[in-house]
Design a binder for this molecule. Structure first.
Ligand code: SAH
Length: 218
């Protein structure tokens, strides 16, 4: 599939829209301006809406996050080149691509096999070097810990203890926490020492649920 002038033009408009919605990190806006989001939408029905600030179904009952949400979460992560980041919920791979474009070393976990296969293939085709894993995000990836940053892109009922452990002291986690299938509050957790976290709230969002082992995976 191609990235036409029309797609590029729509992308510019999307970047302007995000700027108006108060996304200020120019590196994040640049990354969104570069990445062909329409190629991450999987379902051609939604192609023409790919540059509207909306979430879309990507199959397996999941969605590609709204561009504003991707931009906001990325900005809150305070990303710096070469940092190691763990993403929970690869989904379409679009957020993963944004993190790669910012020069981060990305590890990403998806619990739905079909999505894991599609997104890891797509990221590979684009030449993004993210390490993709199929598995349960609650467990993180201890073998690659500690991470400078951890980003959760599904709505978590609680802050997973295991992920707090895998965050570096001085690192930051961005996580939407709240009722499953309800509204979540976007939180940042700054790890001050092994057992001390500074938590701040950044508004309300709605995500598909972060499911745990006991819920059935597809
Ligand atoms: N970052 C994605 C957002 C996808 S929606 C994007 O840009 O498209 C959230 C994703 O989290 C879904 O694909 C869902 O299957 C996945 N997910 C839910 N619970 C999870 C868990 N416990 N571990 C890993 N992934 C999970």
């Amino acid at each position: 599939m191609e990235d036409s002038f029309r797609h590029q033009g729509l992308r510019k408009l999307l970047v302007e829209e995000l700027r108006q919605k108060n996304i200020t990190d120019e590196n994040v806006l640049d990354a969104i301006g570069k990445i062909p989001r329409h190629l991450f939408c999987f379902d051609t029905v939604f192609l023409k809406h790919a540059y509207e600030d909306k979430a879309f179904p990507i199959g397996s009952g999941q969605t590609i996050s709204q561009p504003y949400t991707v931009a906001k979460q990325t900005e809150l992560l305070l990303p710096k080149k070469r940092e190691k980041v763990l993403e929970i919920g690869t989904g379409s791979g679009y957020q993963t691509a944004v993190l790669c474009e910012l020069g981060l070393k990305v590890f990403t976990i998806e619990r739905q096999r079909v999505l894991y296969e599609k997104s890891s293939h797509l990221l590979d085709q684009f030449g993004y070097k993210a390490r993709c894993f199929y598995g349960d995000g609650y467990a993180g990836r201890p073998a690659f810990a500690p991470f400078d940053k951890i980003l959760i892109t599904c709505g978590a009922p609680r802050i997973p203890e295991e992920l707090k452990k895998q965050l570096k002291v001085g690192g930051r986690m961005v996580i939407p926490v709240g009722e499953i299938n309800g509204v979540q509050t976007m939180l940042t957790l700054d790890k001050k020492s092994e057992n001390e976290f500074e938590i701040a709230e950044h508004g309300s969002f709605q995500f598909v649920p972060m499911l745990d082992n006991t819920d059935s995976a597809v």
